[in-house]
Design a protein around this ligand. Structure first.
Ligand SMILES: [Zn+2]
Ligand SMILES: [Zn+2]
Length: 101
């Protein structure tokens, strides 16, 4: 599979929706740091006050890159499909996002 088919932002865990201020839930502000958001992270389904809620978090470009790096580092340590010679599509997509050329 081509790495382009995996949307790396979908692989990044966001903070709990229930704990976030409104402007981070609506995607107006970065879900991690609260600065102006420029990058879409794909829609999420979370439970807020006992109800399922669909929301579309966004982030600033700095946090997107930083989180991709962090998740990539964890991923390669735990993923059964990633070896020293070959990496799974998730891992390649995270790498492209976290370590832009
Ligand atoms: Zn941010
Ligand atoms: Zn992997």
């Amino acid at each position: 599979m081509h790495p382009g088919f995996v949307r790396a932002p979908e692989l990044l865990p966001t903070p709990k929706a229930a704990d976030l201020p409104a402007e981070r839930l609506t995607g107006e502000r970065c879900v991690w740091c609260g600065k102006t958001a420029t990058e879409a992270l794909s829609a999420r389904i979370s439970v807020v006050k006992g109800e399922l809620m669909r929301w579309e978090p966004r982030s600033c470009s700095y946090c997107l890159c930083h989180e991709a790096k962090r998740v990539y580092t964890i991923h390669i340590g735990v993923c059964a499909r990633c070896t020293h010679r070959d990496y799974c599509p998730d891992s390649r997509a995270l790498y492209e996002l976290g370590f832009p050329k």
